[in-house]
Design a protein around this ligand. Structure first.
Ligand code: TRP
Length: 454
């Protein structure tokens, strides 16, 4: 029998933990490079549009399941399935989320390890023009990469093992304020040292020819990933919410903060990159090659600002990593009665193995392709981000919209207006499943079979 979650004893804990989860590498590494790859402004506008119309409703659905089910992702769904006389098979949505979380943990730690490594690299001061070669050399070094990701993984496992109050809440109270100060500082520096108006222009202006199905896909995928939807993080954190906290208001705060930080990250990176004459369309090496080159060009100032930038990324990644480990740790402690220490050890050990595979994908196994995916790292990233997350998101949307219609209550949600409530349920029932599944199908056909419709 699964035990219920204990709860946080204050209303800020959920806000901090969920914001810490949402604001991560997705915002500062992913969002700017995807905006850069997709032509800037149009991607940004679509992103904001999907955050509001699809992301926010599904975010609330996930938090609701946790808050109402009061347990880990699997048990919460089981409890609510029983309550609504639905099949217990719905728990597969929870298991899908946990699977996604483990895989994401495996590759996320590796990127975070890179970030820490780059903090030191940029502090030593690189010669102008050296960044690309340095990146290749770092990527090729299996043991160095393993060292940095291990540090990151074990530290985040340690926080999670310490529980939701002494571990997660305590860490977030310290990490989040630091994160916001660092983002603001970076935007400020970018405005002074870079070309702020070009950066702003890049973020918000667009041309019709930038528009393609790929841009829509990228924007939706990025929105869901950035908001931490689809792997049980929000269910787990929702289950620790105090009973008087309202799902709608708390979700609105987190979603706004997450979107705000993504835009701020763009405002920190684009003015600097453009101001120093670099194009921001380098793809996923934007923060490792382009930005390192920017810091190299800045000379001794770069030796100070560079580490600050990577420290910001590391803090953001750390608070997210904690939240990525939590769903499976909650599952093992509540459903299989393990202590948190034991559960965390198992989860970290498993993620360690996945991370090793993901490191190998950068060097020793970099040419080992899996189907259409170039290497094991890309395969893990694809399977979790593009395949599982949207599937689990759709599952939660359908579950809450169709099966929990009678369980959903205005008080838990904090939505007193009947029309708003019906609108939310309608989006979950019809709009988001159709939209997500069309995007999911098109995206997967394209990636796996190279079939394009437009
Ligand atoms: N949202 C985080 C980021 O932007 C990553 C993350 C944490 C996540 N928990 C998640 C992504 C749950 C999907 C689901 O980096």
């Amino acid at each position: 029998m699964a035990s219920q979650s204990s709860q946080w004893n204050n209303n800020t804990a959920f806000l901090l933990a969920a914001t810490g989860s949402a604001v991560g590498l997705g915002n500062i590494w992913g969002f700017p490079y995807k905006a850069g790859e997709n032509g800037g402004g149009l991607f940004v506008l679509l992103y904001i549009f999907f955050v509001i119309t699809l992301g926010f409703p599904v975010f609330m659905a996930e938090v609701f399941i946790g808050k109402k089910g009061k347990s880990n992702p699997v048990s919460s769904i089981e409890t609510l399935a029983k309550k609504s006389k639905s099949s217990s098979k719905w728990s597969i949505v929870g298991y899908g989320g946990i699977l996604a979380s483990l895989i994401i943990a495996g590759y996320y730690a590796v990127i975070a390890g890179f970030v820490i490594n780059y903090g030191f690299i940029s502090a030593t001061g690189l010669e102008a023009g050296a960044a690309a070669a340095v990146y290749e050399a770092e990527k090729a070094n299996f043991w160095e990469m393993t060292f940095w990701f291990s540090l990151f993984l074990f530290a985040s496992g340690f926080v999670v093992a310490n529980g939701i109050d002494k571990g997660i809440d305590k860490a977030m109270r310290f990490l989040l304020p630091m994160l916001f100060v660092l983002v603001i500082a970076m935007v400020g520096y970018g405005a002074v040292a870079g070309d702020f108006s070009s950066g702003l222009n890049y973020l918000f202006s667009w041309k019709a020819e930038d528009f393609s199905a790929g841009t829509i896909q990228a924007a939706i995928g990025q929105a869901f990933f950035s908001m931490s939807i689809g792997m049980g993080t929000l269910m787990a954190f929702g289950s620790y919410m105090p009973s008087n906290q309202k799902v709608s208001k708390a979700s609105a705060v987190v979603v706004t903060a997450d979107t705000g930080v993504a835009l701020l990250a763009g405002l920190a990176i684009f003015p600097l990159a453009l101001g120093l004459g670099f194009s921001p369309n380098a793809g996923d090496t934007l923060v490792f090659v382009t930005m390192t080159e920017v810091f190299a060009q800045l000379g001794s100032v770069g030796q100070f600002v560079g580490p600050l930038f990577y420290f910001l990324l590391a803090v953001a990644a750390f608070s997210s990593m904690i939240s990525i480990l939590e769903p499976s740790v909650a599952y093992l402690t509540q459903k299989h009665s393990m202590t948190r220490a034991k559960a965390s050890t198992y989860v970290v050990a498993f993620c360690f193995l996945l991370s090793l595979i993901s490191v190998a994908g950068h060097n020793v196994w970099s040419t080992v392709s899996i189907g259409a995916l170039d290497n094991p790292f890309e395969a893990m990233k694809y399977f979790a981000d593009d395949f599982l997350l949207l599937l689990v998101g759709t599952g939660m949307s359908i579950f809450v919209g169709w099966r929990l219609e009678k369980v959903v209550d205005a008080d838990t949600m904090g939505i007193n207006n009947k029309n708003l409530m019906s609108l939310w349920v309608f989006v979950l029932k019809v709009i988001s499943p159709i939209f997500l599944m069309v995007i999911w199908t098109l995206g997967n056909l394209q990636i796996l079979f190279d079939i394009r419709f437009f």
